[in-house]
Design a binder for this molecule. Structure first.
Ligand code: MN3
Length: 249
């Protein structure tokens, strides 16, 4: 069975266990590859990047992030980054065969006429794929273990860290992201403009918050700070802890 047939059948088998809209997404993305694939299946033409389905329903993060925002953000915004990334890579089989990580780590090697498109849309795909995983229903609270200890020693306290990330988010003029990254073995808070990834900061992501208006405007309008305050209630600290361990390797 080739990859394409396998994914189609697994998508349909999986559909019975998912809600109707999740099932539709699963099937509509079935004839694709996963982003972890780093090489071509030579039996098939190169296949496109896809939006991974959310692992929770759109309303899972209510009341902190509303269902409508999640739906538009995931399906339309993330969807558009993926569509435009695929468009930019059209005709570049060598680049289509790469993982999204490798594309973004090697922006210098991307042909100049599509480099900005890959940076923006590939970055949008990478950032959002991570962002969905950094949130969960019943999230929030405080980190544990090594990450908690490192946040305390680096920023004085968990509250000190939260203040710093909020300031980075508020200080990012226009659209972008605020990040907690590991850089040179240390935790650092920083931000990126547009859809630039932590790779462009020279670090590896532990936690990140989308501060584009599309992430919060329906519920919070111009009050970015209120959105950031609310976002702490949905943070998936288990995922952040996992990324912290990986980033230090
Ligand atoms: Mn966004």
């Amino acid at each position: 069975m080739n990859r394409r047939k396998f994914l189609v059948s697994s998508g349909i088998v999986g559909a019975g266990f998912l809600g109707a809209s999740a099932a539709a997404r699963e099937v509509s993305h079935a004839v694709t590859r996963s982003d972890s694939d780093s090489h071509l299946n030579l039996e098939d033409k190169p296949v496109a990047f896809t939006v991974p389905p959310l692992s929770y329903p759109f309303d899972a993060l209510e009341p902190y992030i509303d269902a409508k925002t999640m739906e538009i953000h995931h399906d339309k915004h993330h969807g558009a980054y993926v569509t435009n990334l695929n468009k930019a890579l059209d005709g570049h089989a060598d680049l289509q065969a790469k993982s999204i990580d490798d594309l973004l780590k090697g922006l210098d090697t991307i042909p100049e006429n599509i480099r900005t498109a890959v940076r923006n849309n590939g970055g949008g795909h990478w950032n959002h794929t991570l962002f969905w995983q950094l949130m969960k229903k019943g999230g929030g609270g405080e980190p544990k273990g090594d990450l908690a200890a490192a946040l305390n020693s680096t920023f004085g306290s968990f509250a000190g860290f939260k203040d710093k990330l909020k300031a980075a988010g508020l200080g990012r003029f226009g659209s972008g992201w605020a990040w907690l990254i590991v850089k040179d073995g240390k935790l650092v808070v920083d931000s990126t403009p547009n859809q630039d990834t932590p790779y462009l900061l020279g670090g590896k992501a532990v936690l990140g918050i989308d501060v584009w208006e599309h992430a919060y405007y329906l519920k919070y309008q111009n009050l970015r700070g209120d959105y950031i305050d609310a976002w702490w209630n949905v943070v998936n600290w288990d995922k952040a802890a996992e990324l912290y361990v990986a980033a230090r390797k």
